[in-house]
Design a protein around this ligand. Structure first.
Ligand code: PLP
Length: 412
């Protein structure tokens, strides 16, 4: 008999996006005439072509593999030195943040990293997650056995939820109790909220005072345009003692299908073994990464490196401008019809309060059936997401203009 990991049985039926896909498929089958009108503002996948600098670099990298002199087989598990140097120089140095290239671990994306990081932490940590939240943080903790069973509202026993509400501008307050690991994500998925330096400084202060580690997901940092809003947790003094940062080329360079991300673990970051003795976290992650991962592909890493060239930076900025302009149009459209709107300014997500009397899945069904627009119900991100929905700005301009027209009609 082969025993399974029982913790998987605690997972709620269906991850959010499969459930959305299921409802959309049922709708398309039942209304084939309307299926071609569907506009998807649900899943946060990019729509625009890759920056030309990355395309050219990846073409060249393919050619490198065609001759013995420039061929590349297995690369360094941690990522090629030239990519890690480019990240340190171009992603962090301009922020005034010194990151050593050896503190950077290149991967195939932030989803895997945010899930895999649990391998190196013990099973008795008190873990705090925002609510609403990117579901991967919660589900991977369930799989790792760090939670109890689910409750009727979809939350799990054993996790500490940090409510993100209109009252706190969707930036969670410090927990009353001591926690050991805290997930934070800014700019935020799903709410589009950003945190100020002062707000992040409170979290760094909390982590240092409580010997906790912040797991800071900066997958959307490229969308930060307002001066003064941090791109990295390491802009906050003291964060190197208490934080790990997750980053991704998915949204920065449209790499959702190419797959590349990275994680930064400062040399001095310490966890504790069961005897309370400090242990460098980075060593554990290096051991884990090199054992379970064989490196992101050479071609992909060359593409990522090219995003930091002068052309790459210009083209990437153009891409982000496009999505931010979409976000602004969507914010305006929903505000105009009288709904309360957050996010969409330094983030590609617009977070909208449902009209009175409608729950978030009801709003999902209404948008799907009445105007053939797919959004994401806030309840899918946690119980505090009930009463809200997320609209993604990852779309063509034509589609966004059409969504704005349809929203106008729906509420006319
Ligand atoms: N972190 C957050 C908050 C996300 O929203 C996403 C993707 O939507 C990811 C991580 C995953 O990024 P990647 O494509 O690098 O796996």
């Amino acid at each position: 008999m082969a025993f399974i990991n029982d913790h998987f049985l605690k997972l709620q039926a269906g991850y959010l996006f499969p459930e959305i896909a299921r409802r959309v498929n049922v709708f398309a089958k039942e209304h084939p005439d309307e299926a071609s009108r569907l506009i998807r503002c649900g899943i946060g996948d990019v729509t625009e072509p890759l920056p030309m600098a990355a395309i050219e670099a990846m073409h060249k990298a393919v050619d490198d593999l065609a001759s013995r002199e420039t061929f590349h087989g297995y690369g360094p598990e941690q990522g090629y030195e030239w990519l890690r140097s480019a990240i340190a120089e171009k992603a962090f140095k301009p922020l005034g943040v010194a990151v050593d290239k050896d503190e950077i671990f290149v991967s195939d994306g932030a989803k895997c990293d945010t899930g895999n990081i649990l391998d190196i932490f013990g099973g008795n940590n008190r873990i705090a997650v925002p609510d609403p939240v990117y579901p991967v943080y919660v589900d991977t903790n369930v799989m790792a056995g760090n939670t109890g069973n689910s409750r009727p509202d979809g939350s799990y026993e054993g996790l500490i939820y940090l409510p993100c509400t209109a009252e706190n501008n969707f930036v969670p307050e410090l927990p009353q109790e001591r926690v050991d690991l805290v997930y934070l994500c800014f700019p935020n998925n799903p709410t589009g909220a950003v945190a100020t330096k002062d707000e992040l400084a409170k979290w760094v202060g909390y982590a240092r005072a409580n010997d906790a580690i912040l797991l800071f997901d900066a997958a959307y940092e490229a969308f930060v345009r307002e001066p003064g809003i941090p791109h990295s947790i390491f802009e906050i003094p003291g964060a190197r003692d208490c934080a790990i940062e997750f980053r991704s080329f998915s949204k920065q360079g449209g790499f959702t299908g190419v797959r590349c991300g990275y994680i930064v673990i400062p040399n001095q970051l310490m966890g504790r073994d069961s005897q309370g003795k400090p242990v460098p976290v980075q060593n554990l992650w290096r051991r884990r990464h090199c054992t379970k991962f064989n490196g992101a592909s050479y071609i992909v890493q060359r593409g990522a490196e090219a995003l930091f060239s002068a052309d790459g930076i210009r083209q990437t900025n153009g891409l982000i401008d496009h999505y931010l302009c979409n976000a602004e149009m969507l914010c305006n459209a929903f505000s105009k019809v009288g709904l309360r709107v957050w996010g969409g300014r330094n983030a590609p997500y617009v977070w909208v309060e449902c009209p009175p009397g409608l729950g978030s899945w009801e709003m999902f069904d209404k948008m799907l059936h009445d105007i053939n627009v797919v959004i994401t119900p806030g309840a899918g991100f946690g119980s505090k997401g009930e009463g809200y929905f997320r609209v993604s700005a990852f779309n063509s301009r034509d589609n966004v203009e059409e969504v704005c027209r349809r929203v106008q009609k729906l509420f006319a």
